[in-house]
Design a protein around this ligand. Structure first.
Ligand code: GTP
Ligand code: ZN
Length: 348
């Protein structure tokens, strides 16, 4: 079954080609990416991709200095078909002034700390890269209208865990329904959860959790993701700082993935909005990455028989054994239930 809506205008034409050379393993510790500058481009300057639109990249240069500016860039031919996406740290040459009508060239992509991907559907080997370098994912789900779906959240969680990204949950529209029962399904995951309702957006709490991070926002259409983002990031900044001056199209179009800067005094963070991305095909997911995100269970999994799937029907699974013996305390049962559910999310 594909949950992936066919609205991929945000992907640049080459986004299908995620070459193994630029694929990195999830790195939850978030070590600094090593930089790769090609010989011959020793004059290349670093930048951060804030958005992509029809092969043109909006790139932020000299961030947090007097010279901060966004410029428009294109890919250098030598980069071939390597995918470049919002969040990528890149090196540029050419006219990097940002003056109207100028176009810089991106000559290399820094190593990524994380990469959020989706396959077209669960059985499809073709995958698209969506967002680079995010270290958090805020899953936005409505308490009602649209009705919350456990499976949908599970799929987001699997995509986050697979990529080594920390998931956070925000339940919106709590003025319409009590999300208590729904949230009970995720009790075993210890995911930080925010509740948001008409007139009571938890802006301060969410901001505190986003500062110093790059957080990709995901959610089904209509859950109130845009409303939440507008509350977190004043729209003036959104309009001027990111897409506006660069694409010349005057507006942030709802189909493209963009990075928006969240500020609180001196501190900042990045909100990466992914409109039009309703869910993820999970065909590329590695079950080991899911187990690894349950650090307590992963340790016990080392005692499992070789090739153990750790699923509910796995014989002699050490995790199941540990839970039965009470080694994981009261939360053990909930944790293993969550693990089983997530493993089944893409195994079926
Ligand atoms: N009752 C209630 N309505 C809300 C709340 N947050 C947002 N809404 C409404 O829900 C509708 C959808 O909100 P949006 O912010 O456009 O939702 P979205 O998730 O960005 O949806 P797309 O733009 O389709 O991606 C709007 O009519 C909002 O006014 C809330 O906390 N309570
Ligand atoms: Zn096992």
């Amino acid at each position: 079954m594909s949950w992936w809506a066919d609205d991929t205008e945000d992907d640049e034409p080459y986004a299908d080609y995620d070459e193994s050379s630029i694929r990195v393993r999830p790195n939850p510790k978030g070590n600094r990416p090593r930089t790769k500058i090609r010989p011959g481009h020793s004059d290349a300057v670093p930048g951060q991709i804030l958005g992509v639109d029809r092969g043109r990249f909006t790139v932020l240069l000299d961030a947090d200095t007097d010279a901060e500016r966004t410029i428009t860039a294109t890919r250098a031919r030598e980069l071939g078909k390597k995918a470049m996406v919002t969040g990528d740290r890149v090196r540029l040459v050419g006219d990097v002034s940002g003056h109207e009508g100028t176009l810089a060239r991106i000559v290399s992509i820094d190593e990524r700390r994380t990469l959020l991907r989706r396959s077209a559907d669960d059985t499809d080997a073709v995958e698209r890269v969506l967002v680079a370098n995010a270290d958090q994912m805020l899953i936005v789900i409505a308490a009602a209208n649209p009705e919350p779906r456990i499976r949908l959240v599970d799929r987001y969680l699997v995509a986050a865990f697979d990529a080594g990204i920390r998931p956070l949950l925000c339940v919106t529209k709590t003025d319409l329904a009590d999300p208590g029962e729904f949230l009970h399904n995720f009790a075993g995951l210890s995911v930080t959860t925010f509740l948001s309702g008409e007139g009571s957006f938890p802006v301060e709490e969410i901001t505190a959790e986003l500062l110093g991070h790059e957080t990709v926002f995901v959610g089904h259409s209509g859950v109130g993701k845009s409303t939440l983002i507008n509350a977190l990031v004043p729209s003036a900044e959104r309009a001027t700082g990111v897409v506006n001056t660069v694409t010349g199209r005057g507006r942030h179009t709802s189909s493209s993935t963009v990075s928006l800067r969240l500020r609180d005094g001196e501190r900042s963070g990045w909100v990466v909005d992914t409109p039009g991305v309703r869910s993820f095909g999970l065909g590329h997911v590695n079950p080991d990455n899911i187990v690894r995100s349950f650090t307590d269970l992963a340790e016990i999994a080392l005692e499992c028989p070789r090739g153990c799937t750790h699923r509910a029907d796995a014989p002699d699974c050490a995790i199941a054994q540990a839970v039965r013996e009470g080694r994981l305390g009261d939360v053990g049962a909930a944790r293993i239930d969550s693990l089983h559910r997530l493993l089944e999310t893409f195994a079926t």
